[in-house]
Design a protein around this ligand. Structure first.
Ligand code: CA
Length: 224
C-alpha cells in the first residue's frame, strides 16, 4: 500500500513518514499544497494524509480539486483546526476522516488501516484467503495456522494482493503501489518477490495470469 503525506512542518512530515514506513507502507511526501496536489493527481495512492494549513494552496482547496478531478483515494485530514465547523467543511470537501493535532500515532495508524480496508471492500482487520490469513494490525501472516516470516516488501506485496483478492493485479499496478517515488522501480523485481513469497507460502497461492498479472488463489492447506 502506498500513501502520500502532505504536511508543511518538515519534522512532523518526516516523523509521520517514518512511522508509516515502520508499519509497512510505501510513503511519498509533499511539503506544500502545489506539490501535494500534483502528486495526488499523478500517482495512484491508496490513501492520503492531508494537513489543512499549507503554503501555496490550502488543504481544502487541494482536496476539492482532487475530488473534482475524480481522484477517489481515501483522505484523512490531520490538522490543528479543531472547530466542528472546520471538520464539517473538511468532510464536505471530500475527506473520509479527520484527526486533530496533537494526535496519537496509534490512532492515526488504526484509522489509516480502516480507510484502506474499507476502500478495498473489507470490514475486518484480519483478511483471509483459503488457509492464508493476515492480521493488518500486527502485520502478521499465517498459513494453515503456521506463522510465516516475511520481509517488509514481501508483506507489502502480499497485503496488497489480500486487500484486492479475486482481482487480477498487473505488475505495473504492484510497482505503483509497493514502492515510493524515490525507489528505483523495476517491474522485474516484482517477479523476484513473488518467487520468494511462493517459496514461503506455497507455490499455488499466488497464481500467474498470463499476460495480465497475479491473482490470489484460495488454497486450503498443503504448503508445497
Ligand atoms: Ca501546516
Amino acid at each position: 500500500m502506498r500513501l502520500l503525506v502532505v504536511e508543511d512542518d518538515k519534522d512532523l512530515n518526516r516523523q509521520i513518514k517514518s512511522t508509516l514506513e515502520d508499519a509497512g507502507y510505501a510513503v511519498d511526501t509533499a511539503f506544500d499544497g502545489d506539490e501535494g496536489h500534483f502528486l495526488g493527481d499523478t500517482e495512484p495512492y491508496d490513501a492520503v494524509i492531508l494537513d489543512l494549513g499549507l503554503p501555496e494552496q490550502d488543504g481544502i482547496t487541494v482536496l476539492e480539486k482532487w475530488r473534482r478531478e475524480g481522484r477517489n483515494f481515501p483522505v484523512l485530514i490531520l490538522t490543528a483546526r479543531d472547530r466542528w465547523s472546520e471538520k464539517v467543511a473538511g468532510f464536505d470537501a471530500g475527506a473520509d476522516d479527520y484527526v486533530t493535532k496533537p494526535f496519537v500515532t496509534e490512532e492515526v495508524l488504526a484509522r489509516i488501516r480502516a480507510l484502506l480496508r474499507r476502500a478495498a471492500g473489507h470490514a475486518s482487520s484480519e483478511l483471509e484467503c483459503g488457509a492464508l490469513r493476515i492480521d493488518t494490525r500486527s502485520a502478521r501472516v499465517t498459513f494453515d495456522g503456521e506463522p510465516i516470516k516475511l520481509t517488509s516488501l514481501e508483506y507489502r506485496l502480499l497485503a496488497y494482493l489480500m486487500h484486492h483478492q479475486e482481482k487480477v493485479i498487473s505488475r505495473t499496478e504492484l510497482v505503483e503501489h509497493l514502492y515510493d517515488q524515490d525507489f528505483d522501480r523495476d517491474s522485474n523485481t516484482i517477479e523476484v518477490f513473488v518467487g520468494r513469497l511462493r517459496r514461503k507460502i506455497g507455490k499455488d497461492v499466488i497464481e500467474t495470469v498470463r499476460g495480465l498479472g497475479y491473482r490470489l488463489a484460495s488454497v486450503e492447506n498443503s504448503k508445497s
